[in-house]
Every structure is written in C-alpha cells, then in structure tokens.
Design a protein around this ligand. Sequence first.
Ligand code: CUA
Length: 319
Amino acid sequence: MLPALAALSACSGVQSALDPAGEEATQVATLFWVMTVGGGVIWAGTVALALYASRWKRHAATEQGAGRLIFWGGVVFPVVVLTALLSYALWLMPSLRPFGGEATQGLRIEIVGNQFWWHVVYRRDGAEVVSANEVRLPVGQRVEFALESADMIHSFWIPALGGKMDLIPGRTNRLSLLATKAGVYRGQCAEFCGISHALMAFPVVVSEPAEFDAWLEARTRPAIGLDGSPAAARLFVDRGCGDCHRVDGTEARGTAGPDLSHVGSRLTIGAGLLPNDDETLARFIAHPASLKAGSRMPAYLDLPAAELAEIAAWLKGLQ
Ligand code: CUA
C-alpha cells in the first residue's frame, strides 16, 4: 500500500499527465485510469482463478468442462474485453486531436525546435510577437500550434495540457490545445535530440484571457527598461550578442539564438534550465556549455566581470 501511495504522490505537479489542466490531458488521464483499473481487475481475476485451481479445487475438470472454460475464458472473454477497450480508445481519439475552423479562436502559436531551445511566435489578428523558451496561453480558449524543427526531430509536450507532437525538419505538424485551469506548468522536449535533450524544457503560463491579452499586447512593443542603460545596450551589440540574438527596438537582430526582446520577464533562462535573475544570466553568458552541454552559444569567459554584470542586469530589466 505504501509504495502505491508513494508512486501516486508523483502523479501531481507541474509536469503530470495525471493532474490535467487541459481538455486533451483530461481525456488522456481518463483513458489511463480506465485502462489501469480494467487491467487491474482482470489481473486480480486471473490470480484468483490460479489460486483457486492450485489450492482449493479438489477434482480435475472433465474434458467437456475444460473445453468450456477454454472457450469462454480463453477466447470469448479476451475478445469482448479487448474489443471494448479498443473501441473506447478509438472513440476517444478524435477528441484528443481536435481540429477545424471553429476549434481555434484566432490565436496561433508557431514553435520551432532547435538544439536545445524553442523559438516561439504568437500570431493573432495580423499581430506577430516573437519570443522563446516559454509559452503563455489564455485559459478556456483553444489554441492552435504549428510545430517545426530547424535541425533534429524534437517533440513538444505539455503533459498537463495534452498529448505530445513531434517537430520534424521539413514539415509542419499541428497541435490544438485547450487549457482549462490557470497556473504554471512545465513542457518538455520528448524526443531525444542530442546531449542536452533533457534540458530542453519550457515553462507554460496559463492565465485569464484579459491578463493574457494584456501580456501579448505589451509584447508587440519594445521592452520597458530598454533605454535604462544605453551603455549596456551598446555593449550587447558591440560584444557580438546581437549577431545571434534579437532584441526588439535595438540593433540586435540575430536569429540564430533565442529572441531576447522581453527576456527579463521570463520565468527561466536556458529553456527551463535556471531561474531567471542577474546572477544566472551572467553565469549562462560566461559559459553556456558548462550549464547546458552542447549549447551552440560560445563562452564569454574573457568578458570583464563588470561588463558581464552590466549586460546581465540590462537583460533582466527587459520586461
Ligand atoms: Cu529537443 Cu529533445
């Protein structure tokens, strides 16, 4: 009993398919419990039958009786049970992957998987907002995702919201999700894509539609705090950061790395790797590969500590 309870306690949390906060995840969780309970009942019945036959049954079955048992227990029963479970799963399938005009309410999010980070573009009513390594969604509204990859096969999975979908180079996969509960969840790359595959995660923030709209609207403009330190903004470009990273409203226009336009307001850095603060930002800039093996960003160990701190503080200020 205790091990079972301990195992179940791991079922809650920000990255659990059994603690659903979305319509699709609720279906997945229901399917899991139906299959688990169904399998458990059959297992218990089989064990009980085996115990009965080996311990308590006194007389051998007649040939006719044995034949009947094999027919009903070995043929009819499995066919009925497996057909019922298969039908149930097939009946559930369309609702796990809903699509169609009325299913989406105008918000489309494009995700491009990269080793080992996520490029994220929000599109609604002609507006385009570019972000990275974090996904924000309105609660109660269906959102369509377009999933692509720039290099390897990745897989986009937010267990609390729904099933996973691969990101495959050269094609666009679609995924539709409806979050039903506001909160912060965790998404994770679910297809091995290289040495830091396990560190390719992202926070998922589900908020009330009004709050989400305000957030998205603010992202269509350059960040607050952009002009807070013109010297740091200059350094960011002069030291080459802008060759790979874009910061809206500056000369930094690179696209090889994550967009950093409002990076200060994100919950994590390095794609779900570390909490976002001045200190972790400075650490990451100084030596990315020591925190995330295989990171394509070069180390900046020769950057003077004062410059490192200045750039980190400026980035944290981009709200
Ligand atoms: Cu990307 Cu695993």
